[in-house]
Design a protein around this ligand. Structure first.
Ligand SMILES: Cc1cc2nc3c(=O)[nH]c(=O)nc-3n(C[C@H](O)[C@H](O)[C@H](O)COP(=O)(O)O)c2cc1C
Length: 396
């Protein structure tokens, strides 16, 4: 690893995974918005486009738009492949038959209570129900594309990893427990993202600071690099992740405040006002535990007398039209999005380039702070301390 310096032009923290992927900074950014992914790649990071909410038929066109926009830069695509979904996409009638009357009444009451006008536009959740068949179609679209890296989250089908590798793609798995890390390594994942409890989106129960070093230790014998995720939105936290043996950080929530994300005003205001304590884990979003910014939506589903959210994919089948309407009409109390404890650092709208610059400045500041402390205690610079100590990033 290149020793970082306070010099703004220095190639700070060019970890081995930067070398492996051909990126400038060890900053990975997940987003469902193509413009954000493109801007992350242009800023020298690694942009990953989430296609879990995309029509399989549109995926090839979206990926080729990405390729054109980023030129030669590498980028990735993220698939969600949860177990336990219906094998084939159910018809509207079949879905309807699976949704209890009590749940339908509850959702209609919410619509009336908050005076939500009907949705006039289709969204993924008004048009699709998650199923094995849908995932297979998404997988085929991604495998047949020119995307260089495939990330798999919420579920790990080893056959998808094997096929992606056979197609010459780098594979990356998001994991939240040591057990899942071992399974991902056994399946042949090339990179692990250790995503802790603090993260926005579907999340496990182990905090990032406890999870990352355990996964680094598990991955060390294989030489598979580990990236830290969950609650990270500052350069000092990226440094901390590297200090724990990770080779970079994977950020999601921070990009919701990016100009390129085109976040609706009511949602942006809510995210800016939120602190870490204003995120909650709820099943009311997708049916699986998911960290979101608190809103009347999460509160209503947690209130006494509310029905328990339905399992995936039926929760979204039940709520998809109302959620689309809430978003379309910016219904303030109800708007929400997946968001991590890192939301505390979302203080206003900035461009992706400004966010990346700030992260790099904070990494330099953090390094200068540590160097100052090391000099005061007579231990030399952290770089000197590194060369005599164990460095999991380079010893592998
Ligand atoms: C709005 C949003 C949507 C997300 N959707 C997905 C997804 O579809 N697939 C996935 O692998 N991770 C998803 N995540 C999780 C991110 O990949 C990442 O692990 C997480 O955001 C990191 O924690 P942070 O939110 O504190 O930065 C999502 C996160 C957010 C904030």
């Amino acid at each position: 690893m290149t020793v970082p310096t306070a010099d703004a032009a220095a190639p700070i923290f060019h970890t081995p995974v930067c070398e492996k992927l051909g990126i400038r900074w060890p900053i990975f950014g997940f987003s469902h918005e193509i413009d954000v992914v493109v801007a992350i790649c242009r800023a020298g990071g690694f942009g990953v486009f989430g296609v879990a909410r995309e029509d399989p038929k549109r995926i090839p066109e979206l990926i080729s738009r990405l390729r054109t926009a980023v030129g030669d830069a590498p980028f990735g695509v993220d698939l969600m492949l949860p177990a336990g979904m219906p094998d084939r996409t159910p018809t509207r009638e079949e879905v309807d038959a699976r949704i209890p009357e009590q749940h339908k009444v509850f959702v209609e009451r919410l619509r009336e209570k908050y005076a939500v006008p009907p949705a006039t536009r289709q969204t993924f959740f008004t048009s699709f129900v998650r199923s094995r068949q849908l995932f297979d179609e998404q997988v085929e679209a991604v495998l047949g594309s020119e995307v260089p890296l495939i990330a798999t989250a919420v579920g790990l089908p080893p056959e998808v990893i094997a096929r992606a590798k056979a197609a010459g793609k780098v594979t990356l798995s998001l994991i939240g427990t040591p057990k899942h890390a071992r399974a991902a390594l056994a399946a042949g994942a090339d990179i692990l993202v250790a995503q802790g409890y603090d993260a926005g989106g579907h999340t496990g129960t182990i905090g990032t600071l406890s999870l990352v070093p355990q996964i680094v230790e598990i991955a060390a014998p294989s030489g598979v690099p580990v990236i830290a995720a969950g609650g990270i939105a500052t350069g000092a936290q990226i440094l901390a992740a590297i200090a724990m043996g990770a080779q970079g950080a994977w950020l999601g929530t921070v990009w919701l405040g990016a100009r390129e994300n085109h976040t609706h005003r009511a949602l942006l205001d809510k995210l800016v006002a939120a602190g870490s304590e204003d995120t909650v884990i709820t099943r009311a979003h997708s049916g699986k535990p998911c960290r979101v910014v608190r809103s009347a939506w999460s509160e209503e589903w947690a209130a006494p007398g509310a029905p328990a959210p339905l399992p995936m994919p039926y929760q979204h089948a039940l709520t998809g039209e109302l959620l689309a309407a809430i978003e379309e009409h910016d219904v303030k109390p109800l708007v929400y999005e997946a968001a991590g404890q890192s939301v505390a650092w979302l203080t206003g709208e900035r461009s992706v380039a400004q966010i990346v610059d700030a992260l790099l400045d904070e990494m330099r500041d953090g390094w200068a702070r540590m160097s100052g402390l090391a000099a005061r205690s007579g231990a030399g610079t952290p770089a000197g301390a590194h060369s005599t100590g164990r460095n999991p990033s380079t010893d592998r």
